[in-house]
Design a protein around this ligand. Sequence first.
Ligand SMILES: [Zn+2]
Length: 252
Amino acid sequence: MRRIDAHTHLGECDRNYFGVAGNWDFTSLFTGDDLVAFLDEVEVDGALCFPLGTKYSDAGLPLVIEAVQKHPERIRGFYWGNPHRSEAPDELEKCVREYGLSGLKLHPTSDSWMAGNPLADPLMARARDLGVPVTIHSHQPGSQPALIGELASRFPEVTVIMAHMGMHNYRDAMYVAAKEPNIVLETSVQPWAHRMARDVVDRIGVERLVWGSDAPLHNPRVEMTKIEVSALTDEEKAQVLGGNIMRILDWE
Ligand SMILES: [Zn+2]
């Protein structure tokens, strides 16, 4: 079984502000090398990473590109798209075609838009045309599961990974995912992931649940334990902890 973390970040990472997990030896810039060292320590085989927040994207995106090129065995990366920027769809395409990135990260709350708003449709359309998946933040104002359902329903060909599984709105997340077959739920920082996993798998299918940690802001060991102690079978755990995200990313 390969363990692949479907939610990590690279970029400016102020420990005091973010409360970074563990006692890691890195500067305020968390790089691909740091991520690989971090994965080794927590015994995780690979990770999907995103730039850390729009306001840090100047530092984050080059680090993500560097990481996927330097560590192709261990790291995949997404472009962070702010739909207020008209150049974002072209940047996404360039990142996928020229720099080897694998998809799109959206964060309506950080970028001040509503997930159901057509503002992001040009970015979603480009993701669809490129055939890449989209990860979207799913709690806090603007990012609620019901709004993500609206977005996902307009782009049924795009795999939409709902990061954090709606957080405290986890039942909404499950309900929306049951209606929209292109939504995949992702468990990072989801407090009830260990309780919900069985329910999610029974209702929407094991292939639509993926594990993530939100490292380095959270510790993958803690997040992984939620899946390990859940009521899933060993085979289901293997899919959730790595198999599913590898399939979604065409990761051999
Ligand atoms: Zn995150």
